[in-house]
Design a protein around this ligand. Structure first.
Ligand SMILES: Cc1ncc(COP(=O)(O)O)c(C=O)c1O
Length: 491
């Protein structure tokens, strides 16, 4: 329970009054509090620009907060059940990289599920940490990777008692959680930190019908996307720490490496205001969303050929718990893939889903969702039935992950060459390659490209999915092993 007055929004108030103060702006940014006249300024209006200042007197500094940012972060820590909170201007991606860089030095081990977002892999590159991957549960009906198995965690810890940290996704993109309290108990008993990716779970602390939040479960650090589920502007997130295993000054130093020296006051104001809103109104607002999602699931489950997963379905499939504000709909029994359904809903019904997978589509709801949105969703899904085909949707579900050849950081720094995808079998990847969303790499730097990866890439390309890598389409950046053996770096 929050102890501070959560109606307060110190940063938002200060920047608002600065914008209205008629100060002569001889500093950057160059739009001069909206005085500039261009199409964008005229479209969005003056208020957005009035909130966008750089570092005027009295507005505090995110890299060493002492004033209103410090106060706003303390209110956020209180609301999210943490000891310290840090505003992030580069999304939860920045927080995840910072957590891993804070916890691990080069070559130190971190136990981490393989279905992590690319920012965790980038955290491994930046820190030089050695990943000890755990395989997540695979939901073989839906073809998606879920949480981790406690027995596997125990075995992994027994094999790697020198690991510094355990990384957990709370929840996965699809809303599925692992038994986090048990993970924390086991990890702490072995003197390991617990770091949580809460990109999709920043709202957990505000309603007890939702899975437990990382901070409430006793994790040491978590990073959450306020912009995904709490209502702030895209890219604005938060990093939380709790307990005495993490030194706050080390976290601040790491964030200062990863952060712009011109953090967006607009983002900070939107975090401050959204935090206050969810702290004050979140329980009631989330109760309403959860009730609406339950009703919507029931309605979807009346539509022949569609299945909206309930919490019980997820638990039956070895998920520990489920965030009911996400709705996964299995569409493949209609003979269409999730990718086709995603496009049909957008093109024909004006409905933008969060993502598609082979068998399903995912809706992410929040305190901004209205009953009208959900009525249109159900209508769209009824319309989808007309696109039914007499086809069996089969895509091989991957139960294994590629073998590792070297640490991600070494592969990142190794000499490289570019090969055509069809020639990449048995090469060592030097970059992340992923379908976006969800942004979970199919292969990461240092892994050996196997036949399954090549088949997956072919499959997702044929579905029209967005494949992200750093290289021109059709090519993969791989380690040049001939040169690498002569390479003597110690990274
Ligand atoms: C599981 C997961 N972790 C981390 C991130 C990164 O979050 P952000 O977009 O706030 O940087 C995402 C983004 O989609 C994600 O899905």
């Amino acid at each position: 329970m929050a102890k501070l007055d959560q109606t307060k929004t110190p940063f938002y108030d200060k920047i608002k009054s600065y914008g209205q103060s008629h100060t002569v702006a001889l500093d950057v940014p160059d739009h001069k509090l909206g005085a500039i006249q261009n199409d964008f300024r005229n479209y969005v209006g003056e208020h957005l620009f009035l909130l966008d200042a750089n570092a005027p007197r009295g507005l505090d500094n995110l890299s060493k907060p002492k004033g209103v940012i410090k106060e706003a972060q303390a209110l956020a820590a209180d609301a999210f059940g943490a000891d310290h909170a840090y505003f992030l201007m580069n999304g939860t991606s920045q927080g995840i990289m910072a957590m891993i860089m804070t916890a691990c030095r080069a070559k130190e081990k971190i136990i981490i599920p393989r279905n992590v977002h690319k920012s965790a892999i980038n955290g491994l590159i930046l820190s030089g940490a050695m990943p000890i991957f755990m395989k997540p549960y695979i939901d073989s009906d839906l073809g998606i990777a879920n949480g981790i198995d406690i027995e596997e965690l125990k075995e992994t810890i027994a094999e790697h008692p020198d690991a510094k940290a355990v990384f957990v996704i709370n929840p996965t993109y699809f809303g599925v959680t692992s038994n986090l309290e048990e993970v924390v108990k086991i990890a702490h008993a072995h003197d390991m930190l617990v770091l949580c990716d809460e990109a999709h779970g920043a709202h957990f602390n505000f309603n007890d019908k939702l899975p437990i939040s990382a901070m409430a479960a006793g994790a040491d650090m978590s990073a959450g996307s306020i912009h995904k589920t709490v209502g702030s502007l895209t890219q604005s997130s938060i990093l939380l720490i709790k307990g005495d295993r993490i030194e706050p000054s080390r976290v601040q130093s790491t964030l200062n490496i990863l952060q712009s020296t011109s953090p967006s006051s607009l983002f900070m104001a939107s975090i401050d205001a959204s935090r206050s809103h969810i702290a004050v109104h979140g329980k009631e607002a989330l109760d309403k969303v959860i009730e609406m999602t339950r009703k919507t699931r029931d309605e979807i489950n009346q539509i022949s050929g569609l299945k909206a997963m309930t919490k019980q379905d997820v638990i039956n499939n070895k998920g520990f718990n489920y965030d009911e504000t996400k709705i996964m709909v299995k569409v493949s029994d209609l003979g269409i893939t999730g990718f086709e359904a995603y496009n049909i809903l957008s093109d024909k019904f004006g409905i933008q889903m969060e993502l598609a997978e082979t068998h399903l589509i995912l809706a992410v709801l929040s305190i901004g969702t209205t009953q009208n949105d959900l009525d249109r969703f159900v209508e769209g899904l009824k319309g989808l039935v007309a696109y039914k085909k007499d086809v069996k949707i089969a895509h091989k579900i991957r139960f294994t992950y590629p073998d590792s050849y070297t640490r991600p950081r070494e592969a990142y720094h190794a000499p490289k060459k570019y090969v055509k995808i069809e020639d990449a079998l048995n090469e060592v990847a030097a970059e992340n390659i992923m379908v976006y969303p969800p942004g979970i790499p199919l292969v990461i730097p240092g892994e050996i490209i196997n036949q399954e990866i090549l088949e997956d890439l072919e499959f997702y390309t044929a579905q029209g999915s967005t494949i992200l890598s750093d290289t021109e389409d059709g090519y993969i950046k791989v380690v040049d092993k001939d040169l690498w053996f002569k390479y003597e770096g110690d990274l």
